[in-house]
Design a protein around this ligand. Structure first.
Ligand SMILES: Cc1cc2nc3c(=O)[nH]c(=O)nc-3n(C[C@H](O)[C@H](O)[C@H](O)COP(=O)(O)OP(=O)(O)OC[C@H]3O[C@@H](n4cnc5c(N)ncnc54)[C@H](O)[C@@H]3O)c2cc1C
Length: 382
């Protein structure tokens, strides 16, 4: 008799688990609570589907922090190159962007998802929508790939966590990850600079510094460097922005002194000194519009503008969530130690990663590992 595997959740993790289990000889059914599959993936594709990253594998693996030990074997078994080959096999050839991020040529997920579900149909995978998992059953080999708790309107809503907790499985509470921070900007700053990036900045929180271009939003700051400092910001560390990271404070002060002309307004003077209009607005906000007039004081401030962060943006608008099934609740294939025959994979497990393709890569790799392991287990437990 052919072994059977049930997959619940049809995001990138579950779809890959279904493909891997079917490829390993299992008869596979995949269900999702939504009316269609891969909706988070489609949403991700709207801003450019960053599938993985082209940096050396050792550097890549270092991005996962505490989750690395659990993820490393899965990523080594199904690494970034395998993801690129797999996408190419679905007609979505990839390219490496200037930052090393890997995207399908079409940038979006639509074509890839269509080809993927067609491939699954060809492998005989039964695909059902509108079915919700509401707790553990003893239905044989099962891969749960229920996602995190952000963007509940498209993907997972995290309601599975209560069922898992009830069953006594150790969990870590959800927290927003790769989320913006909340800042109560002044009305004048917002009026002119909402949507504007702070170019060539260095952001520091909790002793860690990240270079990049955060963007000013109506409610605070968004973008790569903010997401990268997520762990520090989540722990309540303050945020400072260095507006001139390539100059030290003395060099900046000297440049300001050099460019000072008596007829210039303070803003004109600072702009001649290399600060952009948005930089000047940030300095004004930070000082309650009482900018120091002395070059050394301005330079010191521009090197460490304090940003009054009121916390992280709400979880439902985060790119991903930290938390979920505790890492010590699973074995080295992702199977729940307390429920042999049930695997968990993808974002529902409590690893965390920055943006840059690391999220989807880890989802695909752990989905692949779980699918293969579930097919093998099903064959051994007819
Ligand atoms: C705006 C945005 C942009 C992003 N861009 C990128 C990017 O460019 N690169 C990157 O690496 N990552 C990106 N991400 C993150 C990435 O999309 C997610 O990490 C990834 O989709 C998680 O995959 P998953 O399969 O684990 O979960 P999901 O994709 O969320 O899929 C989980 C599925 O499970 C289903 N489900 C949940 N609960 C149940 C239940 N009880 N019963 C049945 N079905 C259920 C859901 O309906 C959903 O279809 C982005 C995320 C967002 C929101």
């Amino acid at each position: 008799m052919q072994p059977t595997v049930a997959v619940v959740g049809a995001g990138p993790t579950g779809l890959m688990a279904a493909e891997a289990a079917a490829g390993a000889g299992a008869e596979v059914t995949i269900i999702d609570q939504r009316r269609s599959f891969g909706r988070t993936l489609l949403l991700a594709g709207r801003s450019g589907l960053n599938l993985t990253h082209a940096e050396p594998l050792e550097v890549f693996l270092g991005r996962y922090g505490d989750g690395r030990a659990m993820l490393e074997p899965a990523i080594r078994a199904f690494p970034p190159d395998a993801v690129r080959a797999w996408a190419g096999g679905l007609g979505a050839d990839t390219f490496v962007g200037s930052s090393g991020r890997v995207f399908p040529a079409a940038m979006r997920a639509t074509g890839l998802l269509r080809a993927w579900t067609a491939r699954l149909a060809g492998l005989g995978v039964a695909m059902r929508t509108g079915e919700t998992w509401a707790g553990f059953t003893d239905d044989g080999a099962t891969v749960l790939a229920l996602g995190g708790a952000s963007w509940p309107s498209v993907g997972g809503d995290g309601s599975w966590l209560a069922h898992v907790e009830t069953a006594g499985i150790p969990v870590v509470p959800f927290a927003a990850s790769n989320a913006g921070v909340l800042v109560a900007w002044s009305a004048p700053l917002l009026e002119r600079f909402e949507g504007v990036p702070i170019k060539n900045a260095a952001l520091t929180a909790g002793g860690r510094t990240v270079r990049g271009e955060p963007t000013i939003t109506a409610t605070g700051l968004e973008g790569g460097p903010i997401y990268a400092l997520g762990p520090e910001l989540r722990s309540g560390h303050g945020l400072e922005i260095d507006l001139q990271p390539d100059l030290d404070a003395d060099a900046l002060a000297a440049r300001l002194v050099d460019r000072r002309r008596t007829k210039d307004s303070v803003s004109t003077w600072l702009r001649k000194g290399g600060l952009s209009p948005v930089d000047v607005a940030l300095l004004r906000d930070a000082t309650g519009n009482r900018l120091p007039t002395e070059a050394t004081a301005i330079a010191g401030l521009a090197k460490a503008v304090p940003i009054p962060v009121d916390g992280l943006a709400p979880i439902d608008r985060a790119i991903s969530t930290a938390g979920g099934i505790a890492l010590d609740a699973i074995d080295d294939t992702g199977m729940l130690l307390d429920r042999p025959g049930t695997w968990v994979a993808g974002e529902m497990v409590a690893w965390d990663a920055p943006t840059g393709g690391y999220l989807i890569q880890a989802c695909l790799s752990t989905g692949h590992r779980a699918g293969v392991a579930a097919a093998r287990w099903a064959a051994e437990h007819p």
